[in-house]
Each structure stands twice: as C-alpha cells, then as structure tokens.
Design a protein around this ligand. Structure first.
Ligand SMILES: *Cc1c(COP(=O)(O)O)cnc(C)c1O
Length: 361
C-alpha cells in the first residue's frame, strides 16, 4: 500500500469565489478580497491584525524587518528549524545564531539561550515543528526581561494551542505559510499576525513598496486576490480538519503496540494540531525504522527533507554550533501522516506495519 503524505482536496466554494473574483476584474493584492481575508484570519486566529503575504518565507522576512532587524544584527533560531525559517535572516544581512532546544521538545533551551543573548540580538524565533507546541508562554516571560521580541514561525502550527490559547497569542509577531502542503492551503501564500498596531503598520508598508511614499523602504510581498479568495473559503474548513487529524492520530496511538515507540512528548497544557503525528523511537535504530516504513509505502518527513540540525547542511555550516539536545532529538523521531484524506484501511495498514517491526537494541 502507498500512503500519501499530502492532503489534496477541493471545495466547490473555492471555484465559486475565484470565479467571482475573476469576474470582478481586480486580481491584484490591493483588492477588497485581501482586506476581507485579513479580517477573517485575524478573527479566526484571535489576533488584532493579520497581513496576507506571498509566502511563509516572505512572512518571516516581513516580520523581521518590522522588528527592526537590519544588516549586522543577530537573530536567534532553534537548530531544529528548517531552512525556510532561516533564509530571510540571511537575506536581510543579519546573522542567524543557532540555539539548542530542550531535550524532549522543540522549545529553545533557556540555559543555552542565556549564553547567546546580547544587545545585538534583535529577535528570537521559535519553530514548533510539525505543529507540536512549545512552551512559548515561558519563553515570552523570559524574553520580556531582556526586552527582545519573540517571532513564532507557525507555518506548521495552525491551530496548535497551549493553555487553551493559540501559540500566536504569546508572540510579538507570528508567521504562517499557506503553501499547498499546510493546514490552511492557498497554493502559495502566507500571513503574519500581531496585536501591535505599530508592527502592523510597518509590515503593511514593507509589503507594498513602503506605500511608495519615497521615504520608507519596501518590497512587493503582496498576496494575489485569487489566492486570498481560496483562503477566505478555506478558513472555515480548518476546525473540521483539525478534528479529523486528531481523531486519526488518536486512532493510531491507541493501537500502536511497541514499547520502543511512543508519541513525541507534548509540553504541559499543550495541544498539537496534528499536522503530522510525530513519534519518538527510543532506540538507536530510528533510521532503520524510517527506511522500513518507507519501503512499505509509509513516507516520513525526516527522510523526505533529510531532516537534521540545520548547521549540518553546507549552506549553513559557517553558523555551526554544538547543539546536543537538538542533534539527539532530530535523530530519534519520525512523522506519520494523519491527514483527513486517509481511509480507515490505510490507518489499519500503518498500525500493522509499525506493530510488525521488531526493534531490539
Ligand atoms: C513551509 C514552511 C515555511 C515556508 O513557507 P513557504 O510558504 O513555503 O515559503 C517556513 N517555515 C516552516 C516551519 C515551514 O514549514
């Protein structure tokens, strides 16, 4: 059996709204549909302001720029982040500094963070990978002492909560992607959330050539109207999707029966969005386990993206640090698809394949 790791669907109303937008003959990123989309995003994610942008990567660049990150500044980022989280730091001429994560979650290790903070650090980024929550509340409190802003890369974490609140509640700015593989999918696209009016205004200006006032610098990171239309329609489909993902994950977890394999640790009071199910393989044979799953048609993001600490890639080697927890964490996990496109018999197949694997030391 071949299990797909991509959730593909379309909704009749996607076509209806795109049709309406095309007939309205205003397709650019300054149409009323953009404002409508932004209002819906802000309301759904319980934030004061939302800004629609062309991708998740541009969302991060826009956010960093608004937070004042310029050439020569430092930005702290977990070493378990994907390359998409770091490239904007480099593009702005700033220097990324890798921070270790906790032993059992993707949250920044505050002991390591303490060593890295200085007056040159203009922002700290946290990236809750695969939608598994980090203790952003604790991090926010900690950063407040140092007056350093917190940027959350929530590209994989639409709907992830801690203490019953979306993670974005605790950030100065949160960045999301709406790429085709993400939980809210518009093909390409992204958005930023913030509660702060001054940051909102800076971001709105930056994505529109600095409002072309000849004073403020800016680029073009606007989202097109047709993609906003798809987004407008699909926001309301998120809760049902999250529910089905959670149901599938729980179905698997109840039936996976292997002492060496358990769910990735969920931080206290956190609830993941089940972008994927993440398993911890308590054994040095994790890589072999992933290959076994792959051979049996069950894909893993770890293999697909050859996931490892980011400073091990040639492109980022010059920012290398020794992040022990991140390194260990990244070697002991695998993702399992739990999206709503999976049928009962596919879930049963996954359980069967996992339970038939003999792991011994
Ligand atoms: C997908 C993703 C991005 C980039 O989003 P794009 O829309 O593809 O530019 C950034 N960070 C993380 C964690 C992602 O998963």
């Amino acid at each position: 059996m071949k299990i797909s790791d991509k959730y593909s669907f379309y909704d009749e109303n996607d076509i209806k709204i795109v049709n309406e937008i095309i007939k309205g003959k205003k397709l650019s990123g300054t149409s009323d549909y953009i404002t409508r989309y932004e209002k819906k995003l802000a309301s759904f994610f319980e934030s004061k302001y939302a800004i629609a942008v062309s991708s998740g990567t541009s969302a991060i660049q826009v956010a960093l720029y608004a937070l004042g990150v310029r050439s020569g500044d430092f930005v702290i980022i977990p070493s378990t982040a994907p390359s998409m989280s770091i490239v904007s730091i480099i593009e702005l001429g700033a220097k990324p500094i890798f921070c270790d994560t906790n032993e059992n979650d993707f949250g920044l290790d505050l002991n390591d963070l303490e060593k890295l903070l200085s007056s040159k650090v203009k922002a700290v980024i946290e990236v809750p990978m695969w939608g598994y929550p980090t203790n952003v509340l604790k991090l926010k409190k900690y950063l407040k002492k140092y007056k350093v802003p917190l940027l959350l890369d929530l590209a994989q974490a639409h709907g992830t909560k801690i203490n019953e609140k979306y993670l974005s509640y605790y950030a100065d700015i949160s960045c999301f992607s709406t790429h085709d593989r993400k939980i809210l999918a518009t093909g390409e696209g992204g958005f930023c959330l913030t509660d702060k009016k001054n940051l909102y205004e800076k971001m709105q200006s930056y994505i529109k050539f600095g409002n072309m006032n000849g004073v403020d610098f800016g680029l073009n990171f606007k989202l097109g109207s047709m993609q906003a239309g798809v987004g407008i329609n699909r926001i309301k489909l998120i809760p049902k999707q999250l529910k089905e993902r959670s149901k599938n994950a729980n179905y698997l977890l109840k039936r996976i029966n292997n002492k060496k394999i358990k769910e990735f640790q969920i931080v206290k009071n956190g609830s993941p969005n089940y972008y994927t199910l993440l398993l911890t393989v308590n054994n040095s044979k994790c890589k072999e386990f992933i290959d076994y799953l792959d051979k049996n048609g069950i894909p893993s993001d770890i293999k697909r993206y050859s996931f490892k600490v980011l400073y091990k890639y040639p492109l980022f080697k010059k920012y290398s640090r020794n992040c022990k927890n991140s390194d260990k964490l990244s070697k002991n996990i695998t993702t399992i698809p739990v999206h709503p496109g999976l049928k009962r018999k596919e879930l049963d197949y996954i359980i069967n394949i996992i339970n038939n694997y003999k792991i011994d030391e």
